[in-house]
Design a protein around this ligand. Structure first.
Ligand code: MG
Ligand code: MG
Ligand code: MG
Length: 306
């Protein structure tokens, strides 16, 4: 991999992080005329597995760290708490993202392209268009899947007109029926029985830092919140272990009902007030009606309440 540019999304990768790495590698390989390597920083989840099987695409290569001076492209994240080991000494060439910018700095100029849209793939779709590069059906399928995943079939409050337009154009290229494919894909991701409690709390966990305060907001999708809550005690045990091991002030485990667009969160740590100022917590549980988005509905309120 000497001299080759690597592209990857965040740790505990979700569908957008995996699909956008594959898509960005395709786009950049075409733009630069040299091979760019798609990578991942963790295990592929069940939803993403469904997508890669469907389109018969190989998963990106797993990496744990990068060497000093390695040129990298980040997609779907920017915070150093969520990225590859060794990032401080890597050369960040490009970032394409749709999150807040935090815990991020470089010593050299870079290409940074961010938009407040529902998914990284929506921005990548625009980059293909701007650069006049033809989108292959499989690549369209990956982008489409990422947008469906991040916006929960365009129902999340993070959804913008750009996401909707991208989805309808990509569906034509990929020849996919959005509703039926989208629902099957999302359902594949709600198969949580396969995971241990320890795996569940890490599946889509994001580490945040606010000054000296470290905390985690994790999220899982389900079609039945009560089903997940049957495992509440074991989940709490694992969360408390995680808090101790990593000196966390707060752990919010968000269980999202993708059919009814509601969430329930298990909230533990010294700083549960960051949630309880807004949502009543009873027996470590906060009910969040109409909440599905970590980045737009949960993270901002935690930061405000901290
Ligand atoms: Mg993501
Ligand atoms: Mg994303
Ligand atoms: Mg997500």
């Amino acid at each position: 991999m000497e001299n080759k540019i690597l592209v990857f999304g965040h740790k505990n990768p979700d569908t957008d992080s995996i699909c956008s790495s594959l898509v960005m590698a395709d786009l950049q390989t075409k733009l630069r005329g040299k091979e760019i390597i798609p990578c991942r920083l963790g295990e592929i989840n069940e939803e993403t597995k469904y997508i890669l099987d469907y389109f018969k695409i190989e998963a990106p290569k797993y990496i744990e760290k990068v060497e000093e001076g390695q040129t990298v492209i980040l997609v779907d994240h920017n915070e150093f708490t969520q990225t590859v080991e060794g990032i401080e000494k890597a050369k960040i060439d490009t970032v394409v993202d749709h999150h807040r910018i935090n815990n991020f700095q470089t010593s050299e100029p870079l290409f940074y392209y961010a938009q407040p849209v529902g998914c990284t793939a929506t921005i990548l779709f625009e980059l293909y268009t701007i650069n006049n590069i033809k989108i292959e059906p499989k690549i369209a399928g990956l982008m489409l899947s990422a947008i469906i995943s991040d916006t929960l079939l365009l129902k999340s409050p993070t959804t913008t007109e750009k996401d909707k337009k991208a989805v309808s154009e990509l569906a034509k290229i990929a020849k996919i029926d959005i509703e039926s494919y989208g629902l099957e894909m999302l359902k594949a991701g709600t198969d949580l029985d396969k995971y241990t409690e320890d795996e569940l709390i890490h599946l889509d966990a994001k580490k945040m830092e606010n000054g000296d305060i470290k905390y985690v907001i994790a999220q899982v999708n389900t079609v039945s919140i009560p089903d997940v809550l049957k495992r509440k005690e074991k989940l709490e045990t694992e969360i408390n272990k995680e808090i101790l091991a990593n000196g966390l002030s707060l752990f919010v485990f968000v269980i999202t009902d993708i059919i009814n667009s509601n969430s329930v969160a298990i909230v533990l740590g010294d700083r549960t007030d960051a949630i309880s100022k807004t949502y009543e917590i009873k027996d470590n549980i906060a009910v969040m009606l109409g909440v599905v988005s970590r980045k737009k509905q949960i993270l901002p309120l935690v930061e405000k309440n901290m």
